[in-house]
Every structure is written in C-alpha cells, then in structure tokens.
Design a protein around this ligand. Sequence first.
Ligand code: AMP
Ligand code: MG
Length: 412
Amino acid sequence: MVRIMAITYEEALASVLPFVRTRDVREVPLPDAVGEVLARDVIADRNIPPFPRAAMDGFAVIWTGRETERPYRVAGSVNPGTVWGGDPAETDCVRIMTGAKVPASFDTVIQIEHAEVDREGTVRFHTPTRRGQNIAQEGEDILQGAVLIPSGTYLSAHHVATLSSVGRWEVPVYRRPTVAVLSTGDELVEPWEGAEGPMIRNSNAHFLLAALNGLGFRKVRYLGIVKDERETITAKIREGLACDFLLVSGGVSVGDVDIVPDCLAACGVRKILHKIAVKPGKPIFAGESPTGGIVVGLPGNPVAVIVHFSMFIRPLLLKASGATEYLPKPILLPLAEGAVNKSGRKKFSIGRLEQKGGETRVVEIPSHGSGDFVSACLAEGVFEIPLGTSHLPAGEIVRFYPIWGNFLSHEG
Ligand code: AMP
Ligand code: MG
C-alpha cells in the first residue's frame, strides 16, 4: 500500500504563510494602539535623553579629581523642568535632582549619599568620583532620526510609554483581517441549550471567538452550528468567505460525514494542504478562497482546536495583521518526567510549569487524548516531542510554548 506522508508542521506553516496578505493602514489614537501592529517605523523626534540628565539626586560639579579635598559652595539648585544658567567657579556646585538638565558648565554629578551639607551652604564630598558619573548623556539611548520601534512590531503597553515619549499620539497600525467562525456537526448544540443523549455542546466555536477576542480581533462573524449536510455547510461557507479568514471546526477528517473539504472546493476554495504530521490535529485543512482569503478547517477535537489556534492559526492571523514576528517562540526547559510519543508524528503535548529546587521544569499533563478538554484545563502550554522521537527521558530539554499560563502571578 502506498502511503502518502503528511507534510511536517513546519512545512505546513511555510506553505500557507505565503498566501497570507496584510491589509491597509489606519491611524488610531495612542491608547487604542495596544494589541495592534505598527505599520510605519517610529522615529525618534529628538535625541533621547534630549539633554544631559542627572541620573541621581546630588550635586553637579566640574570634575577635577580633587572633590574630596576641599569644600564646595552650593551656588544654586536645579529641579527637573528648570534650568540653571550661572557661571560657576571651580569649587562651586549646584544641587540637582534626578531628571534635571545638568547645566553645561558641569560634567559630573555626585550623589547625595556621598555628600555632607553644612549650615553655611557648603558641601563636602567624602567619596571619590569619576568624570561624567551619574549623568545620562544626551542621545545615549538613541539619536534623533533613528528608528525607535520598527514597523511590524506588535504593540504592548510598554511601547505606549515609548510612543508617548516621542509624541506619537496618532499611531499608524495595520487594519486587522475580518474572521468568520463556523462549527459543523450533527451532534452539536449551543452552550445555552440542553444537551441530551448523543448531543454535545459546541465548545470549539466559543473557544475560537474568545481566543480571537483575546488577540484583539473585533470584526469576527459567528456563523453558528451547521449540520453535516452539503447544502447547509456550503451555504454557510459562502457567507464566511466574505471575511478575510474563515475558521471551520469539524468535518475535515476521513469519516462518512467529514464533507467540509468537498464543500470548500464547491465554493472555489483552493486546497493548500490537508493533513499535517502532527498530534493532535492531523486532519487540518488549509486553503485559499477565490478572493484571496484564508480558510482553515480544524478537526473537531477540542484539544486540537485549542492547540492549533496558537500553533497554526495565530501565526497566520498575526502575519495578516502585519506582524513581522508571528511564529510561536518556544522556551527551552527540562522535562520533569519522561514523555512518550506513539504517534509517529510531531506531538504537541499539553503541560504546565513546575518550580522545584530553583529550577523550572515542564510537567506533562496526563490526558486521554485530543478529545479530553478536561485535562487541557490544567495546561499552561504545550511542549514538543519531535517527529521521529518516541520517548524523551526526564531531564531532556524540550521546546515549551507558554500559551495559556498566567506566569507572572506565580508565587513559588
Ligand atoms: P470531527 O472532526 O467533526 O470528526 O469531530 C471530532 C470530534 O470532535 C467529535 O468527537 C466531535 O463530537 C467533536 N467536536 C466536533 N465539533 C465540536 C465542537 N464544535 N465543540 C466540541 N466538540 C466538537
Ligand atoms: Mg463532525
């Protein structure tokens, strides 16, 4: 029997990414820029720091190397936002506060802890200093005209601090793609409906909607549940193809009712790939719509859906949103216990982080497979067992993708 090998996960991403296009640019006010992707380089509008800035509270002096040998006269003071324009003698100093502009006549700041001020307004320094100490030089962080934040950067709150500092109130960002979500399956009811007998609740669509929302996608169209019937699926797919992305859950495998790929073809969707050598999620389908949109068909198994939203769909969505870095970034960490991979494919196993003896290790979460959404609730991310590897011993370094964990709240 001839078996056609499914392509690898990496090949799968590499074959779909070239079909992903970014959209046009819009301007948003700075507070709305978080979670958007910068569409033009942000240039420093002046040198940063814009003037020689005191990095400590203390006294500005003209450095001679003999600061500890003689008293200094305090000739004035300068706070942030003020200037001092006197003409100091060699043993004059000015009191200066962190963030203030160091007057041009001075070249060194001695921190307040190294000084003793007496009542007559003179000051003695008891610790030797170096020339230029405690001054952040003009332009030492970046020079006017240089690129401060490159186009394609996914903006977070800390970028807002920098954008504010250079006066960028209107921020050019890429317009997000629109996304449609469709669930297929005769067995599905909505979470607000009763589930009797063979029926199960539709969790995939609501997961996808939540995950899209979390990634900042606001133009999302939910197409609901459709039965496994060609006409209804095809009609809904046509509706979904009005969006830049269509995410379909269920019906892409090899069962009798897995008719989604056929229905997509009937709507003119051109197959890019169908099946990836990965566990979970082998039957994944990806295609291009007649208008250049991207269609991803996910197998209905809930764990495959939550894993591949981050590992397969998120990179496509981020690229479509203009991000230059869109591939998931793993952290290399040791495994707490051995892990097996009987699949013969690359396995994304669900896991969580454990801290023991000063070391952070990856703990695999026992799971009954890709239908086991209960164990997935404990997961903080996934780790890779490479294709061709059937067993990894304890202590082996693995690639861990921190997808879901609230890592900064950890107290251990
Ligand atoms: P399928 O890929 O359509 O063969 O579905 C695979 C498995 O995932 C079946 O056990 C389905 O019942 C389950 N499933 C399919 N769609 C959903 C969904 N929207 N929410 C939760 N489970 C689903
Ligand atoms: Mg199905």
